[in-house]
Design a protein around this ligand. Structure first.
Ligand SMILES: C[S@@+](CC[C@H](N)C(=O)[O-])C[C@H]1O[C@@H](n2cnc3c(N)ncnc32)[C@H](O)[C@@H]1O
Length: 374
């Protein structure tokens, strides 16, 4: 039977991106979206959750909250999980991997929390299906048990692979940006998707591709599948319609001039490969160029850039010499704007530019600032 129950979901987000993900959810029509540390809560049915999986650009995962409550002992955790409605969600043959995390919790052993969660789910399903064994041969239902202090949250992952896995990036270059962070930078920039955009340190092309997706209204999940598409209680026809609608909304004709350059021929090789994988050949132009010599013919260009940060000892001097080239770059381009993300605390001092706007973000574990210059 198709399940149209309204349930609570969380779109997880890396630190600093919760607000961007909340805005995305509200734009998708989830008006009750509520940001919290590490994610955004919203209520919808399975079809709505699939729409979120398909369209969210900046979130990491979409999780269904199955059980949540205070647990100070393993017995309390067992009871919390066992009493959750697993048989409403999983068939008898569900494959049930369980991951876990604990932070400042009395229940410190992640491995024990995982084992107890699994045991409680299995117990529940055996009773509900009047079975003596579970074959675990069917669709994957990835469970996560997360303890923060004494609060346990048990979730089911609707996505499978994390949402940054769009399907176009198959090779990694030097410090590539995560797709979700690149998409967030596009949204946090002043760029509206209808004027020229250039990344002068484009590396493997993540910013360029995410910018093109944004301009073309291309759902980031269009080229991949999600675990929930294989869940039996989910309305497969409704999901298929959401996919078809996303396909219909994709309009590559809307992409304005988007281009990139990089000093490294190896990086450009990967970039070309990713542009091809993303089916954006002919829509993004790239060339080998030192940023110090870059001169574009267009006016009003939006430069969006993830330069080297000089994190490794010895790289800092070289990186600062590159930072000094940003002011002349702006001077050479009438009406341009520049957006830079870096963990280097002295970008403004070294470049001689003063940011009009700054946003604090994390690139992996590195605390960074995303700055806008006009
Ligand atoms: C942090 S990586 C960019 C990664 C990129 N955002 C991605 O997702 O793959 C920095 C890039 O700056 C490039 N770079 C370093 N010095 C440069 C210069 N003088 N001119 C142009 N590019 C430069 C490097 O080759 C490298 O690809």
């Amino acid at each position: 039977m198709i399940d149209t129950t309204i349930r609570t979901f969380i779109a997880t987000a890396s630190a600093g991106l919760e607000g961007v993900v909340k805005r995305e959810l509200i734009q998708l029509g989830f008006r009750d979206a509520r940001a919290e540390l590490g994610g955004v809560r919203f209520r919808t049915d399975f079809s709505g959750a699939f729409r979120a999986c398909m369209w969210l650009s900046c979130a990491d995962r979409v999780l269904l909250v199955v059980a949540e409550g205070r647990c100070e002992t393993f017995e309390e955790l067992f009871q919390l999980v066992r009493n959750a409605p697993w048989a409403e969600l999983m068939p008898r043959d569900a494959r049930i991997p369980v991951s876990g995390r604990c932070a400042r919790s009395r229940l410190m052993s992640v491995r024990d929390c995982q084992a107890i969660t699994k045991k409680a789910i299995v117990d529940h399903l055996l009773q509900a299906y009047h079975a003596r064994t579970l074959p675990e041969s069917g669709a994957r239902f990835q469970v996560d048990v997360a303890l923060h202090g004494d609060i346990a949250r048990v979730t089911l992952d609707a996505c499978g692979d994390a949402l940054n896995r769009r399907g176009y990036r198959t090779l990694n270059g030097e410090a590539p940006l995560r797709e979700t962070l690149a998409a967030a930078l596009v949204r946090l920039s002043a760029w509206q998707g209808d004027t020229p955009l250039h990344d002068p340190c484009c590396g493997t092309g993540t910013l360029l591709i995410e910018a093109a997706f944004y301009a073309a209204h291309r759902a980031p999940g269009l080229m991949r599948s999600f675990d929930m598409e294989r869940w039996p209680h989910v309305d497969a026809a409704a999901l298929e319609n959401i996919r078809k609608d996303a396909q219909a909304q994709y309009d590559p004709g809307r992409i304005p001039p988007i281009s990139g350059s990089d000093i490294s021929p190896e990086a450009l090789k990967l970039c070309r490969h990713h542009i091809r994988q993303a089916e954006l050949e002919g829509k993004i132009q790239i060339c080998q160029k030192d940023l110090r010599e870059l001169s574009l013919t267009q006016t009003g260009v939006c430069f969006l850039c993830n330069p080297p940060y000089g994190e490794r000892l010895g790289d800092r001097r070289q990186c600062e010499s590159l930072y000094r080239a940003f002011r002349p770059l702006m001077a050479r381009h009438d009406g341009c704007t520049l957006h830079v993300i870096t963990s280097h605390p002295g970008f403004e001092r070294v470049s001689g530019l003063r940011a009009q706007k700054r946003t604090r973000l994390y690139n992996g574990r590195l605390e960074c600032e995303f700055m806008r210059f006009v």
